[in-house]
Design a protein around this ligand. Structure first.
Ligand SMILES: [Zn+2]
Length: 261
């Protein structure tokens, strides 16, 4: 059994989802964690979770690589999440807009980071209030900012998806008990393979971030949740762990982190 710990299932076309989930089951995949971009995306993922109980576990949040919502929309989103907390597995995807900020800097445009930090802090407090794990998009120096927020609020149920960052940050996150997940780029990206060498085996998960497309052996292929298997197989080679043990490790890590029964 294996689980795709981070996918944007709502972003696939309606007619793609049924074969996608069927292929996942045929390959021995148990479930996916379906993360949300914004309120409409939360609503879509809730519908998918109701259609596929125990196979689609929804996370509700607001993706940081887009303009921050105005206060009214933010309050509507938080109210909606609280109202649907019983059906929610995690808060996410939330975090900080590293790539948007880099793009703005490259264009020589100013970028206001403070509203994103404020929003992230509200999500940390929401996860704490609702006692749910938190799915984070925070890479490089943004991960340090996220760590500081988590530490300040004494909250450590954090999953940094597709994490990239310095070895100091990696150490800090590992010691704090945070989890990371690897995407299929673990097959060909040296930076990610190094992270796989370093990160504690009982704090790792596999994801696809689908429908995001990958390169190397995945070039031209539509990303599917069963590609999480390729992630686990590559990790097992990097770490010299037998494949069956690696599969069991990733499966129990994901079940434990997300509190899946
Ligand atoms: Zn994502």
């Amino acid at each position: 059994m294996f689980i795709d710990a981070h996918i944007h299932l709502d972003q696939y076309a309606e007619e793609e989802r049924e074969p996608l989930m069927a292929k996942l089951a045929a390959e021995g995949g148990e479930a996916v964690i379906a993360v949300s971009m914004h309120r409409e995306s939360c609503e879509a993922n809730l519908r998918l979770a109701r259609a596929w109980p125990k196979r689609v576990y929804p996370a509700f949040g607001y993706h940081p690589e887009q303009p921050v919502p105005d206060d009214a929309e933010r309050d509507r989103l938080f109210a909606w999440i609280r109202a649907h907390a019983a059906e929610m597995t995690a808060v996410g995807e939330v975090g900080l807009p590293y790539y948007s900020r880099m793009d703005a800097e490259q264009r020589g445009e100013p970028f206001a980071l403070a509203p994103y930090v404020d929003l992230l802090e509200r999500f940390v407090l929401l996860a704490k209030e609702l006692d749910k794990p938190l799915v984070l998009h925070a890479v490089y120096e943004d991960a340090d900012m996220a760590c500081s927020l988590l530490e300040r609020h004494g909250f450590n149920r954090a999953h940094f998806h597709w994490f990239k960052g310095s070895e100091d940050t990696i150490r800090r996150m590992a010691e704090n008990g945070y989890y990371v997940s690897f995407t299929p780029d673990i097959v060909y990206e040296p930076e990610i393979r190094r992270l796989a060498e370093l990160y504690p085996a009982d704090q790792v998960m596999a994801e696809t971030d689908g429908p995001w497309p990958f390169e190397g052996p995945f070039a031209g292929l539509a990303t599917r949740p069963d590609m999480a298997q390729d992630v686990i197989a590559t990790w097992s080679e990097i770490r010299g762990v037998p494949l069956e043990d690696a599969r069991r490790q990733f499966y129990t890590n994901t079940k434990r982190f997300y509190g899946l029964k």
